[in-house]
Design a binder for this molecule. Structure first.
Ligand code: ADP
Ligand code: ADP
Length: 232
């Protein structure tokens, strides 16, 4: 479902070059929850952000559901990205918009008619158990609730893939567990393939069917967690 083929990223800062990701190949099968773990600076986030070309690879190819993203035009990429949801450590919600408007925003971008938008916003907030917070603003919510709104937004366009960049790193252990349970539910009920970057080994152990270890811009190990991709 997600394939990185000899993908690399080199940054230039001043006169210094940094190989954030060295040529890396990784195949994530449909229905799996693939964790990427490693220390800060290992290249995890850069690799994840290349999955939807938030970060343009220096070389290599990225495929989502068989479609090569690296060869697409701007318009085609915008279209392809609708099937790729993403959540972040700091939620990235629009602070001056309500929860409902935050979710509706991506549906407007997808040009969904107004009535269908309202219905889908309700459904998505329902999935994350926040229907009653629809009219509230992000500042009125706890961290865990904000992340649930971000999950609702990521789900709005029925993605095949969900990219998670340190989704629980700003949360306490109890809230972390509840977010992991929502991610598991999304994987199981909607067959969304998940790629999750974390520096928290416990998070990877709890959720992932496979875990790749990144060090110095390279995957050094790929661990099979011997768990079914979808737990009963
Ligand atoms: P991780 O997510 O594992 O913490 P990152 O992918 O964020 O690692 O970063 C990998 C390396 O690339 C680090 O050395 C980081 O400083 C560097 N890096 C990341 N983003 C940029 C950028 N926009 N410009 C320059 N260097 C960057
Ligand atoms: P999935 O992994 O869920 O079956 P994909 O859409 O990622 O779905 O891939 C469909 C098929 O195409 C898979 O058998 C995969 O191995 C193959 N494939 C995907 N990307 C590449 C690639 N870059 N090079 C060769 N084969 C690829």
């Amino acid at each position: 479902m997600i394939t990185f083929k000899e993908v690399s990223k080199r940054y230039k800062t001043g006169r210094q070059w940094v190989d954030a990701v060295k040529p890396t190949s990784l195949h994530i099968e449909k229905g799996h929850i693939q964790g990427i773990i490693g220390f800060s600076g290992a290249g995890k986030s850069t690799l994840l952000r290349m999955a939807n070309l938030l970060e343009q690879p220096t070389a290599g190819e990225v495929y989502i559901d068989g479609q090569e993203l690296t060869g697409l035009s701007t318009g085609e990429l915008r279209e392809a990205r609708r099937s790729i949801g993403m959540i972040f450590q700091h939620y990235n919600l629009l602070s001056n918009e309500t929860c409902a408007a935050n979710v509706e925003f991506v549906l407007k971008a997808a040009k969904l008619p107004s009535r269908e938008r309202k219905k889908r916003v309700e459904e998505c907030l329902e999935i994350v158990g926040l229907a009653e917070k629809a009219r509230q603003y992000p500042a009125q919510l706890s961290g865990g609730q904000k992340q649930r709104v971000a999950i609702a937004r990521a789900l709005a366009n029925n993605p095949k893939v969900l990219l998670c960049d340190e989704p629980t790193s700003a949360l306490d252990p109890v809230t972390t567990l509840s977010i992991l349970e929502f991610l598991e539910k999304i994987n199981r009920e909607f067959q969304v393939t998940i790629m999750l970057v974390t520096h928290e080994i416990q998070v990877a152990k709890r959720l992932c069917s496979r875990v790749a270890v990144m060090e110095n811009g390279a995957i050094t190990e790929q661990l099979d967690m011997s768990l079914p991709a979808v737990k009963p």
